[in-house]
Unconditional design. Structure first.
Length: 556
């Protein structure tokens, strides 16, 4: 136990020389008795732009109440959020991944600048989740992250729907198989209230990953956004952070190499988003732990897919919560000897101890047993080959096809590829290549959900493959390879592909290749020139100059 809970803020608030600081803090409500208590940052990402973060002010109020009850002084501040779902398919999507760095930087700056003793970070939409955890890793103060929770399913034509069905409906509408009225009705019903996108897309993927990593309390993130129990777990987080402060338990004590493998196991077993590769690599970078893109494939090979979740499966995150939640996932994997149960979590209990408290809902059909899995290996694989020397990521959950060979149709931006799908120039057997959308080239590594969903909606999801140096949404499914590295702007092989080249996806052998001779590829490379930067000023230009490869987590 630590005797000095004001291990940072004492310098800020004590002594005659700090009278000006105290005077300003009095103006925001602090009193004499507060200056002797630890100051706890409540780093919020509230916004009314997106349902994912719309309710986070209410959650913050409950967190702050818990901190006060436990003897701390909470002070809330806000960071930013870019809605992936809203900006998808537009120039605005280039800002999404960039925002992860801004979230991390802004939280780090405010906490360092005001000498907080501990931190609770509250996240919602996709990039705020890793962004908050990256900040906690850098600061290494007693802290935890709470996710605002998933949206509840919408209802359309007597079935549960999510934003995934809306994106796919755009393709169906373009093909004439969905009416204007049905598209409008689906759009109106898909998102019934606050909360992040409901399938095992990026937000819910990172939610469970960070519970398994130990930086979020097990079972807390999985409570849906508008479930009445969310208020209780939010208040408990206020008590928990004070307990972490008293025990001096810090993120780098929790987020170890073994814990990172547990997080990857959570992603693999639930068919999670390919974005988890980027984000977990970035967190590993922040805590100084060695983690490589191929480590994801190694974990994937030994972890079965046991959760029947969208986009490849039938159910949504709210259904997993009702079935028994993330504790039940952990229990299944612990019983099969597939998790490192000794890893500590912010609750003060190990992940094995947390798993022992799981309660399964009788008759649930969301979660399978590892001995009778949906698939014997997990949902993510890493491919290499002459098109991806540094690797790329493919999501195989919910997709039975593991090989594909076809002619390339090459596009130098997402918009051109989307137009080709809408204009019906993409046909069965094609391999769609979208390039110059990487971290530097985009810049910002846009997600291609508009294109991939349009392909599915057009009935081409099982017959067309796609590869890109950009990213995919967690809602993407099909034979899709993202994060192809080196990216096109850096002269990677993807830049040398031409229309009609034959490309082969070979998932069993972990290969992505173009059937062009090395000599021809070298000749094309010698003729290639890098395109000029798309932005020459502002944050996107700065990001493009500073960002690393996707195979390194696209950190700056």
């Amino acid at each position: 136990m630590v005797s000095d809970l004001k291990h940072k803020s004492r310098e800020l608030t004590e002594g005659p020389g700090r009278a000006p600081a105290r005077a300003m803090l009095r103006a925001v409500g602090l009193r004499d008795e507060d200056f002797g208590k630890p100051l706890v940052a409540v780093a919020n990402t509230w916004s009314e732009v997106t349902p994912c973060n719309f309710h986070l002010r209410d959650i913050a109020d409950k967190v702050k109440a818990g901190i006060r009850e436990a003897g701390g002084v909470p002070l809330e501040f806000n960071s930013i959020v870019i809605s992936d779902g809203i900006s998808m398919g537009t120039e605005g999507m280039k800002t999404s991944l960039v925002s992860r760095e801004v979230v991390a930087d802004s939280i780090e700056l405010v906490v360092r600048g005001h000498l907080f003793d501990a931190v609770v970070a509250i996240s919602g939409c996709d990039k705020t989740i890793p962004g908050t955890v990256m900040a906690l890793a850098r600061l290494n103060l007693p802290s935890l992250m709470l996710y605002g929770g998933s949206i509840l399913p919408g209802r359309f034509q007597d079935r549960n729907v999510s934003i995934q069905e809306v994106f796919e409906a755009v393709g169906a509408h373009a093909r004439g198989t969905m009416s204007d009225t049905d598209l409008h009705d689906l759009e109106s019903e898909a998102c019934p209230g606050a909360g992040a996108c409901g399938g095992q897309f990026t937000a819910n993927t990172m939610s469970i990953a960070f519970e398994f990593l130990g930086i979020s309390p097990m079972g807390f993130n999985g409570v849906p956004a508008l479930d009445s129990y969310k208020e209780s777990v939010s208040a408990q987080c206020g008590h928990l952070v004070m307990d972490l402060l008293k025990r001096d338990l810090r993120p780098k004590d929790i987020m170890t190499r073994d814990a990172l493998e547990n997080a990857i196991a959570a992603v693999a077993s639930t068919g999670g988003s390919t974005n988890a590769v980027l984000h977990l690599l970035a967190v590993a970078h922040e805590i100084g732990v060695s983690l490589d893109i191929d480590d994801f494939d190694a974990v994937n090979q030994r972890i079965p897919l046991i959760a029947d979740l969208k986009p490849g499966g039938r159910y949504m995150a709210a259904d997993l919560y009702q079935a028994g939640g993330t504790r039940l996932v952990a229990q299944r994997l612990i019983e099969a000897g597939l998790l490192k149960g000794h890893c500590m979590t912010v609750t003060g209990r190990t992940i094995k101890e947390e798993a022992q408290t799981a309660s399964e809902t009788p008759g649930q059909q969301v979660l399978y047993r590892p001995e009778e899995p949906i698939k014997t290996t997990g949902g993510l694989v890493i491919l290499h080959g002459n098109l991806a020397p540094d690797g790329c990521v493919v999501k195989v959950a919910g997709h039975s096809k593991l090989t594909h060979t076809g002619p390339a149709k090459v596009f130098d931006c997402e918009e051109d590829a989307f137009a080709a799908v809408q204009n019906r120039t993409i046909v069965d057997g094609d391999v769609v290549v979208i390039r110059y959308e990487g971290p530097q080239g985009g810049p910002g590594m846009r997600e291609m959900l508009g294109v991939t969903s349009a392909l599915v909606g057009a009935g081409l999801g099982e017959t067309v493959a796609l590869l890109t140096d950009g990213r995919f949404s967690g809602a993407t499914h099909g034979m899709m390879a993202g994060h192809v590295t080196p990216e096109a702007t850096k002269g990677g092989p993807i830049a040398m592909v031409r229309n009609g080249d034959t490309i082969t996806f070979d998932v069993p052998n972990r290969r992505l290749d173009v059937q062009v001779s090395p000599d021809e590829m070298k000749a094309r490379s010698q003729q290639w020139t890098a395109p000029p930067p798309k932005y020459t000023s502002g944050v996107l230009a700065k990001y493009a100059r500073a960002v690393s490869s996707a195979s390194k987590g696209a950190v700056t």
